[in-house]
Design a protein around this ligand. Structure first.
Ligand code: ZN
Length: 118
């Protein structure tokens, strides 16, 4: 007895899945039919403009890489900050790695900078 619901119109608390067109609950975060996520989970305590982990990770790695050659005082902390954000909000290990990478960039950049200037 498979009483699967195949209604034509959604109720007031239902909507069409944007991916497969199945009628699903409005509260549903993930479509039970196709598994597509419909809304991201609500932000916790921080203000709305939060970058994704990939954005922070990319900025952190790029800034860290630049910091080894150019303006380590600027890009090192930026990389460390991005790593901290990733660490805090998304992934502790990846974030820590980027954070350390940023500090290394800062230290190495300053070190080589001093060598170059003197
Ligand atoms: Zn779906």
């Amino acid at each position: 007895m498979s009483a699967k619901q195949t209604k034509e119109t959604p109720d007031s608390d239902e909507q069409y899945c944007s991916s497969c067109g199945e009628i699903i609950k409005r509260e549903a975060e993930i479509c039970p039919e196709c598994g597509v996520r419909h809304r991201s989970p609500p932000d916790e305590d921080d203000s709305g403009t939060e970058l994704s982990m990939n954005a922070y990770a990319s900025i952190g790695l790029i800034s860290g890489a630049i910091g080894f050659v150019l303006f380590p005082v600027v890009f090192g902390p930026v990389a460390a900050f991005c790593g901290y954000q990733v660490h805090k909000h998304h992934d502790e290990k990846v974030g820590l790695a980027i954070f350390v990478f940023g500090l290394l960039s800062l230290a190495a950049g300053i070190f080589f900078g001093v060598l170059t200037w003197t």
